[in-house]
Design a binder for this molecule. Structure first.
Ligand SMILES: Nc1ncnc2c1ncn2[C@@H]1O[C@H](COP(=O)(O)OP(=O)(O)OP(=O)(O)O)[C@@H](O)[C@H]1O
Length: 987
């Protein structure tokens, strides 16, 4: 912003300028036309002189664009950049302009020069000229309409100075008095360094006034005005002077007043408040100052109307700028507001998003929970399904897919498309008929990645139920190389992780029996058999003898091959030792399909006997762990000779297995168990009261797809077989008591039939205590099992001899009690007890669907000739002939709470099974030897008719629903045909 002193100075200087202008106008007005043309010519000559000198000074080549006789316009344009002037000045007075700003080459004449060049060169030149005391000119004189005469004066003065300097004259230089007066006004210039430049006024009217040493002062100003006026009136006539002076003064006064008013206006506009902290204000102020200066200059050099217009324009521009500024501020405010709103909106959105995320998270959690729940429900469904299957007595079927073996991957394309819990989907290509996918459903499907532990954990409850007195059978089925041995035993190199079901099952039984040792004492023993070429071999035979063993089905204690070694085990080490021996003895040789193919069925049978330490009751369970031979067809094995024979035997036994399964699923009356040793061995598990699990194995290779599909089809059929609910093999004191009661009743009947008046002993029947359990025999009469060598010297586990009474202490007592009772009865009855010879060939009798042959009952008869049954049999020959030589007694099944409690398996499904089971059938006892017919009688398959006939045999224990309790119905009863087990007294 201009300071007051500056304004004052400007004003004082302006007075000089005003006077000068007025005088010029006055003189021009008063001059005649001739004078004007003379003046024009004179000024042209002077311009030529100046231009010529400048060309001389800078050289023709540099001044090529600067003509020798330029027009006023050419002259002005040539000097406009200030370069020529500065260079010439530096030549005249070296160092006067320290830096000359060169114009860019491509700046054409007439083009607007940059403000920088304009101000730099011209200003530096003018400053130097003024310092030298030479007549100066205005920078605006360089522009169009400027006073070039002043420029010419300045250059000619410089020329004169140069010539003076060249002459080498001493003393101060004086500008020539012959020169025309220089009316150029002074202008305050600032050096580039912003150093205030104090100019001295050079005036040319008189030598005493033109001293360069004269300081700038108000005296100087007045002197210069006086000089101007004097020179103006010098060539006037005396009588004109007062008038001229008066008109000049009037003019000056007018001009001064006009300019003052303009200044005041400017002052007003420039004194408007400027916003402090707005950086743009600084720019505005600067531009205002600049405008003010330009305005001043324009004011000084332009006629008043132009100045007025310019001022108005400036004012208008200023106004516009103010408006723009205000608008911009308004916009900024609006933008700020928008920003604020946007920020608030963003915050709101952020909060909303966070809320949404939170809800989403909750929702996802809910979904995850639901998914887990769904999985749980699925799992529960599967368990319930399995439970229903168990209740129905279905054979449980698991499927396992072997992974590709190293080097066997057929481009990674497996025959298995998908595995989902209990469903396996097989990819069927067109060569097997209709291309597509074929699903098979089982109780559980294990994929190739399933571990041995996972596999076992799923069947663990089943295994554990052996300790509760159930019979369990797990058999591995599948073609050669599908992984049966892997599942049942493990790979060749056994590790803890790769141990198969056999090892894990026994280890688990040891663990559980140990946990229960306070309540139950368990004895676990193992048999290992092999069926090779339809011969049963003892794999635990130490002498390696391949003695042909016989299978005796439905033995009372679950030991179907009594001649095979039965080795007690108590630890996993024992088991490993035994298994090693068994594997050594097993027949294994190579075939084209699998170099470790076993062409025999192997069966590890675990026998468990548990004695309840409180009640003394005995239970026994057995578990068959069967690794079947490969199920593939003979022709595929590409074998001949011995191998062909082996394969044929395998096929025969597997076909027999298929037939048994088929007839079981169709519930036919005759089940052909006897068609192979395998079906004979598994008879109790397949048609009896056992829990059976078939583990079907398949290979993933597509080239065995045909075999895979037939294996899966077979397995599906097996899954549909209902065996009836499993039962616990438990023998307790109540059962024995009941048996005695039955015997008494029978005797009473016999006596009555003989004309004796003896009334049946009124022994109350405690229905609640009637056991529904299958085995009713006493353990003292179990078949003697073979022993192996000298056990004291043998490091192997000792073979258990179950024949001794000490093995079954509690039952001995029971047996004694039983015989005592009988003797008492015998004393009161007259008929003699016929002696029955032992007959060991009875086991060949064929069992039928829905009944089981109790050899133990038979043995009771054989070993105890004085038993009531024998007595009864001997006394009722007529009845035998009447009813087809066999009597059936239907025993009403009653839930036995105690028995249920005794079944304390960890196996939830077996427990539940028993708890849900309301009515379970008591098994029939059959094949009791008739004293009148010592030879074993081959029982023909029973027809419906025979069954009807036999049903006429009176039931000694009436069904509670039909008859009042505690009464004996001596009339023959029709046996039920609903599959209930019946107590059968054979001939
Ligand atoms: N689940 C599995 N994981 C890894 N390897 C397996 C698996 N199942 C089987 N194998 C491997 O596949 C090969 C054949 O398995 P395995 O001998 O058990 O078949 P198999 O059905 O018992 O044959 P065979 O009928 O001849 O006895 C073996 O090398 C075995 O280690």
């Amino acid at each position: 912003m201009a300071t007051t002193s500056e304004i004052n100075n400007d004003l004082s200087f302006s007075v000089v300028s005003i006077v000068e202008d007025v005088l010029q106008q006055h003189s021009s007005r008063s001059s005649d036309v001739g004078l004007v043309s003379r003046k024009v010519e004179e000024s042209s000559l002077r311009r030529y002189e100046a231009a010529g000198w400048l060309r001389d000074m800078i050289g023709v080549s540099n001044g090529k664009d600067f003509p020798g006789e330029p027009s006023e316009e050419e002259f002005r344009l040539g000097l406009r950049s200030g370069i020529v002037l500065c260079n010439v000045l530096n030549k005249v007075n070296p160092g006067s302009v320290s830096k000359v700003v060169e114009a860019p080459d491509d700046v054409a004449d007439g083009a607007a020069l940059s403000a920088f060049q304009y101000f730099e060169n011209i200003r530096n030149f003018l400053v130097a000229i003024e310092e030298m005391g030479l007549p100066s000119f205005e920078a605006s004189d360089m522009e169009k309409g400027g006073k070039s005469i002043r420029i010419v004066n300045c250059i000619l003065a410089l020329k004169s100075y140069s010539e003076w300097k060249l002459k080498g004259e001493n003393g101060p230089w004086r500008y020539g008095s012959n020169m025309k007066h220089n009316f150029g006004s002074r202008k305050l210039f600032l050096r580039k360094s912003s150093e205030p430049f104090v100019s001295s006024i050079s005036r040319t009217q008189s030598t005493d006034m033109l001293s360069t040493d004269q300081p700038l002062s108000s005296d100087g100003d007045s002197r210069s005005i006086n000089g101007l006026v004097r020179s103006f009136i010098a060539d006037r006539k005396h009588e004109d002077i007062p008038n001229v002076v008066e008109s000049v003064l009037n003019k000056v006064m007018e001009e001064v007043q006009q300019r003052l008013s303009i200044h005041n206006e400017m002052m007003k506009s420039s004194s408007k408040p400027i916003p402090e902290d707005d950086s743009s204000c600084e720019t505005v102020v600067r531009s205002q100052l600049c405008d003010a200066r330009q305005h001043e200059e324009a004011e000084e050099n332009s006629p008043p109307q132009v100045v007025e217009k310019k001022f108005q324009r400036t004012n208008f521009e200023h106004h516009e700028e103010q408006k723009i500024l205000l608008n911009q501020q308004k916009h900024i405010q609006e933008l700020k507001q928008t920003l604020y709103t946007t920020k608030a909106g963003m915050k709101l959105l952020q909060m909303k998003y966070q809320e949404d995320f939170f809800h989403l998270g909750k929702h996802l959690n809910g979904l995850a929970y639901a998914a887990t729940g769904y999985k749980r429900v699925l799992e529960e469904n599967r368990k319930l399904y399995n439970l229903v299957q168990d209740l129905k007595g279905n054979i449980r079927v698991y499927c396992r897919v072997r992974p590709f073996l190293p080097g066997q991957e057929s481009g990674g394309l497996s025959a298995v498309e998908d595995i989902d819990e209990g469903t396996i989907t097989i990819r069927v290509p067109s060569k097997y008929g209709k291309a597509g996918q074929k699903p098979f459903m089982f109780n559980k499907v294990f994929g190739p990645s399933a571990t041995q532990e996972e596999v076992f954990s799923d069947m663990q409850p089943l295994v554990r139920s052996v300790l509760d007195g159930y019979n369990v059978c797990i058999f591995a089925y599948g073609q050669t190389g599908s992984g049966k041995t892997f599942t049942m035993t493990g790979p060749k190199e056994l590790t803890e992780e790769s141990l198969g079901v056999n090892y894990r099952a026994l280890a688990d039984l040891f663990l559980l029996s140990n946990q229960r040792k306070d309540t139950t004492s368990y004895e676990i023993s193992v048999q290992m058999l092999e069926i090779y070429n339809e011969q049963v071999r003892d794999l635990l035979a130490q002498d390696g003898q391949t003695k042909r063993l016989e299978i005796r089905n439905n033995s009372h204690n679950g030991i179907n091959v009594p001649e095979a070694s039965l080795v007690p085990v108590s630890s996993t080490d024992d088991v490993i030792q035994l298994m090693d021996l068994g594997h050594m003895n097993r027949a294994v040789s190579s075939t084209a399909m699998n170099d470790r193919s076993s062409r025999s069925h192997s069966c590890v049978t675990v026998h468990v006997q548990g004695r309840d330490l409180t009640s003394g009751s005995i239970l026994h369970g057995s578990m068959h762990l069967v690794d079947l031979a490969g199920s593939e067809r003979v022709d595929k094995s590409e074998v001949t000779g011995d191998r062909l024979k082996e394969a044929q035997h395998i096929n025969k036994s597997l076909s027999a297995l298929g037939d048994v399964i088929s007839s079981l699923s169709q519930k036919t009356s005759h089940v052909p168990y006897r068609n192979s040793k395998l079906t004979q061995l598994l008879q109790d598990s397949l048609g009896g009261s056992a829990k059976t699990l078939m583990f079907v194995h398949i290979s993933p290779e597509p080239d065995t797809l045909g075999e895979t599909i037939s294996t899966l089809k077979f397995a599906e059929r097996v899954g549909s077989v209902e065996l009836g609910a499993a039962r616990v093999n438990k023998d307790n004191s109540e059962v024995k008591e009941l048996k005695e009661q039955i015997a008494n009743l029978k005797m009473a009947l016999v006596r009555k039939g003989n004309g004796n008046d003896v009334q049946p002993t009124a022994i109350p029947i405690n229905r609640e205590r009637i056991s529904r359990r299958r085995s009713l025999e006493t353990p003292t009469i179990r078949p003697k099992l073979p022993t192996m060598g000298n056990t004291s010297n043998n490091s192997r586990p000792q073979i258990m001899d179950l024949s001794g009474p000490e093995a079954f202490n509690d039952s001995t007592a029971s047996s004694r009690r039983h015989s005592l009772d009988i003797h008492e009865l015998m004393k009161s009855s007259s008929p003699a007890w016929p002696r029955q010879p032992l007959n060991g060939k009875d086991e060949d009798r064929e069992s039928k669907s829905g009944e089981w042959i109790d050899k133990h009952e038979e043995l009771i008869q054989n070993q105890n000739p004085n038993s009531p049954e024998q007595f009864y049999q001997s006394m009722v020959p007529q009845q035998q002939s009447l009813y087809g030589g066999k009597q059936d007694f239907e025993v009403q099944s009653i839930t036995d709470n105690e028995s249920d409690e005794a079944a304390t398996s960890d196996c939830s499904d077996s427990d539940l099974l028993w708890r849900l089971s309301v009515q379970v059938n008591v098994p029939k006892v059959s094949n009791i030897q008739n004293s009148a017919n010592p030879k074993p009688k081959k029982i023909q398959p029973r027809t419906a008719k025979l069954s009807e006939t036999r049903s006429l045999i009176p039931s000694l224990i009436p069904a509670p629903s039909k008859r009042p309790p505690n009464t004996v119905n001596s009339q023959p009863q029709r046996p039920t045909r609903d599959g209930k087990r019946r107590l059968s007294l054979g001939t």
